[in-house]
Write a protein that binds this ligand. Structure first.
Ligand code: SF4
Length: 292
């Protein structure tokens, strides 16, 4: 049986940098706090927790004073920085520079729009950490849309400025943009409603879809490893499944079953931008052990 690990799988550079930073700090300190999961991957979190990383919730963060807290790659709303100032919390800010740039773009747009007319719309998952950070740039006034039915939150007679969460699928963004355009056309009366869109999907994620499609077609079976909470993982697994119906989603080596790779001659192993490469290697080793 041929087994190949997808060379494009593994941490994106934003997550990699955040983890490197956490490990650096943990070499000098016994423990550090991290606001929210540093990466949407339970296996990697457990590895870092053993080294002293303590994941805290927003409620816990609000109660802390005079400590150091790390901010992960997804970025934070202004409120998080305000609490830090008030509670004398020292921040280790590992926000991905691409997310920071997007936050600044949205903030600048928000500061310059006609607040009675223009709408800032973000295509993303409501409640996702990155979305909370982006919404925060608009004092919570941005409209977040994901599925088609959430489009009804938009007033199509008024101008729309459309952005995307960095980890959304390019294809899905295109489709939602088309639907908004159509709705605007249908609703347009005398007014000048218009759509200005900004494709703000991260290049690391966007290119991966096409590469993954090719990779998934090349093998009889695909084992896709990702944390269950990873939104990028869900998007990429969908790409796998469409290209190769014999694709399986697993979060750790224990979820791997012999029956998944029965009667196949080639297996491809891939993962999300939050999947550590050691996990992909562990899966490969377990597969090899089946063949012995
Ligand atoms: S997916 Fe892209 S934008 Fe998001 S953290 Fe990774 S590198 Fe940064």
């Amino acid at each position: 049986m041929r087994i190949e690990i997808d060379k494009n799988a593994g941490f994106c550079f934003g997550v990699e940098k955040a983890i490197e930073r956490a490990e650096e700090e943990l070499r000098e300190n016994e423990s550090i706090y991290c606001l929210g999961e540093i990466v949407h991957n339970g296996e990697e979190i457990r590895r870092l927790e053993k080294k002293g990383l303590i994941t805290i919730s927003y409620d816990e963060y609000r109660k802390l004073k005079n400590v150091t807290v790390m901010l992960r790659a997804h970025g934070e709303p202004p409120e998080t920085y305000k609490i830090a100032r008030e509670n004398n919390i020292q921040l280790i800010d590992a926000t991905c520079p691409i997310v920071s740039r997007l936050q600044n773009r949205i903030k600048t747009r928000f500061n310059n729009i006609n607040k009675d007319q223009d709408q800032i719309v973000i295509f993303g998952k409501e409640g996702h950490a990155e979305i909370i950070g982006l919404e925060g740039q608009t004092r919570g006034q941005a409209i977040v849309i994901d599925e088609e039915d959430s489009l009804e939150k938009i007033d199509f007679t008024r101008p729309v400025f459309l952005y995307s969460q960095t980890t959304k699928s390019k294809k899905a963004f295109k489709a939602i943009k088309k639907k908004i355009e159509k709705k605007i056309k249908e609703t347009q009366l005398e007014n000048k409603a218009r759509l200005k869109f900004h494709q703000t999907i991260c290049g690391q994620v966007a290119n991966r879809e096409e590469n993954l499609q090719e990779f998934a077609k090349k093998h009889d079976v695909i084992l896709f490893a990702s944390g269950k909470n990873s939104s990028n993982g869900k998007v990429l697994f969908k790409v796998c499944k469409e290209a190769n119906p014999r694709s399986f989603f697993i979060s750790n080596v224990n979820e791997l079953k012999k029956s998944m790779t029965e009667n196949c001659s080639s297996v491809g192993i891939s993962g999300a931008t939050s999947t550590p490469s050691w996990l992909l290697k562990d899966i490969k080793n377990k597969l090899i052990s089946y063949t012995k």
